[in-house]
Ligand binder design. Structure first.
Ligand code: FDA
Length: 304
């Protein structure tokens, strides 16, 4: 209930605008975001990325943004991703670049998102980097998968995120096994209609493991993107994280102890780093998916 309410509040543009325009509230929320977002600038993301790589982690980098509604903003986002990749190449930073297709035009015209994704994938190929497309609300799943399939045919360095919570994902994954590209499996961050979605439950965990099984047995590159300790235990027992095609991936600032423990056990762990000024929705998602984070956020807000 709390999760659903918070997700609705997070998506309310009036509330977001109110907080962004408030001289009192904005800095307080910004402080809370620091636990989950590396900072406002590309340099912040690159700097934390470099430190993590030195500690033995792999990294994903995302310039935060979604549902961009003007072409100029899409071009700015696409250019930022390209500059980010050039900078990674210059610094010898082997990173995966994560992005939402709605950040680069999906909400305006799917063809625009396709065109910009191709530009980004081309740059990634020349910099020897990979791209990972995030999965958004179920109303966008068909469009995202269709763009992905068009692009991955020419750019096998592009991967796709799939949400275990959607009933359709079992079919989608069986289809995607016929394509190149890494698959990242997440439980799903969006509030979806009950007839198409499996809620957080043992059933969802079993479905998640079923999807991982399918990918591993097909020899796919797969990212297990979760913070669920119990599920990781089962994945380790099956020997999957010892398989060179499989890695764990966790969001920066979330369950860092588990992240470190897996890495110290010699298992491959990728940390997903974000930067940018559009951190508001990202912060709300992190709180909504794990309500105890509200206490962490309030503590960060008060402590400064
Ligand atoms: P679950 O939510 O069941 O939580 C299991 C346990 O993990 C909790 O009991 C707690 O111990 C710990 N935990 C989980 N969330 C926590 C938090 N926020 N803070 C502290 N502890 C927490 N979603 C999506 O819809 N599209 C996408 O493209 C992506 N991309 C993505 C990339 C990466 C790298 C990750 C790790 C996650 C995503 N997600 C996502 C988010 C994902 O769908 C999901 O909402 C979160 O990972 C939380 O689900 P868990 O699998 O961690 O388990």
């Amino acid at each position: 209930q709390f999760t659903d309410t918070l997700k609705s509040v997070a998506r309310n543009l009036e509330i977001k605008k109110y907080i962004q325009q408030s001289n009192e509230l904005y800095p307080i929320f910004e402080r809370a975001s620091k636990r989950f977002v590396t900072g406002d600038s590309r340099e912040d993301g690159l700097s934390v990325g470099n430190q993590l790589i030195q500690k033995g982690y792999r990294i994903s980098l995302e310039y935060i943004g979604e549902n961009t509604t003007s072409k100029d903003e899409c071009i700015q986002a696409k250019d930022e991703f390209i500059t980010l990749m050039k900078e990674c190449a210059k610094q010898g930073l082997s990173s995966r670049i994560s992005l939402d297709l709605s950040h680069i035009g999906l909400s305006i015209d799917p063809q625009l998102a396709y065109q910009y994704l191709v530009e980004i994938a081309k740059e990634a190929q020349s910099d020897d980097l990979s791209i990972m497309i995030s999965m958004e609300e179920s109303t966008k799943t068909d469009q995202i998968l269709s763009i992905y399939k068009r692009v991955v045919v020419d750019y096998s360095n592009v991967g796709i995120t799939l949400q275990a919570q959607l009933q359709r994902t079992l079919n989608d994954i069986n289809d995607l096994l016929n394509y190149a590209g890494t698959i990242r499996i997440v439980k799903g961050a969006y509030q979806e209609p009950p007839d198409i979605c499996i809620p957080r439950s043992q059933n969802l965990n079993e479905r998640y493991l079923e999807l991982v099984d399918l990918c591993v047995k097909a020899g796919k590159q797969v990212s297990i993107a979760s913070h669920d300790e119990v599920m990781y235990q089962q994945i380790i027992e099956r020997g999957y994280l010892q398989n060179p095609n499989v890695e764990a991936e966790m969001l920066y600032g979330i369950h860092p102890d588990l992240c470190k423990q897996l890495k110290d056990d010699g298992l491959p762990v990728r940390v997903y780093l974000t930067y940018g000024t559009e951190w508001y929705l990202y912060l709300c998602h992190r709180i909504a998916e794990y309500p105890p984070n509200i206490y962490v956020a309030i503590t960060d807000m008060i402590r400064g």
